[in-house]
Design a protein around this ligand. Structure first.
Ligand SMILES: Nc1nc2c(ncn2[C@@H]2O[C@H](COP(=O)(O)OP(=O)(O)O)[C@@H](O)[C@H]2O)c(=O)[nH]1
Ligand SMILES: [Mg+2]
Length: 204
């Protein structure tokens, strides 16, 4: 997929305020500092998008972007951020979960996992929650600039997942520094967009 345009639309604190849309939607989530803004930037090739997502105030919001005028990229608040109270962390997480459970045109959630560190409980817990709630998700291992160094972390994470699943969920390995994985992630979104269109036409 060639990115022809990428623009910021709006931010919402409540999923119920997100406007109804017939466009396929893909949401990005992960622990704070996992490299979410850098990945979004790398995928879309637009520095301004990540800048919006990093603006104080917007980091706790559901941030909407329109890509190629035919799909939505949604930047969700990072979880596990230590600098805020447990109470507001719970509030963001509840909001994010409500969005995932209720948003009708949400095609996939991309959960970002830092490939430079060993498996984290908070990531596995969130993944479990998505699986239990029937949220379609894909794993993205980020910051893989040095594949041989990170390989053990990715393998350890996969081993944790295999404790719960017979098969591994679909995953991609990316680096915002080298643009590794860019074509694969965008190709996957392209494919899903087509499937979404077909299904949508059938429903008419
Ligand atoms: N080496 C390397 N560093 C990265 C990569 N992606 C993000 N980072 C760094 O990780 C830190 C957090 O990145 P950011 O995109 O702001 O993470 P966010 O909090 O999840 O949005 C920053 O210092 C980035 O420069 C990557 O692919 N490779
Ligand atoms: Mg960010």
């Amino acid at each position: 997929m060639i990115i022809k345009s990428a623009e910021y639309l709006a931010s919402y604190v409540d999923w119920k305020k997100c406007p109804e849309s017939r466009l396929p939607e893909y949401a990005f989530i992960g622990r704070s500092n996992v490299g979410k803004s850098s990945l979004i930037n790398m995928l879309t090739g637009h520095g301004k998008l990540a800048k919006v997502s990093n603006t104080p105030g917007k980091t706790q919001c559901i941030n909407y972007f329109l890509i190629n005028e035919n799909w939505h990229l949604v930047d969700l608040p990072g979880y596990g951020f230590a600098k805020v109270s447990q109470k507001s962390r719970d509030k963001w997480l509840d909001m994010t979960k409500a969005y995932m459970r209720n948003r009708k045109n949400l095609v996939y959630v991309f959960q970002l996992i830092d490939s430079r560190i060993p498996p984290q409980k908070i990531d596995l817990d969130f993944m479990m929650w998505m699986a239990e709630n029937g949220i379609p998700f894909v794993t993205i291992f980020t910051k893989n600039d040095k594949p041989s160094k990170n390989r053990p972390n990715i393998e350890a994470f996969e081993k944790e997942m295999l404790k719960f699943w017979e098969e591994l969920p679909l995953s991609f390995i990316t680096s915002a520094t080298t643009a590794m994985g860019r074509d694969e992630v965008l190709g996957f979104i392209d494919e899903m967009n087509r499937a979404f269109e077909d299904n949508f036409q059938k429903m008419q």
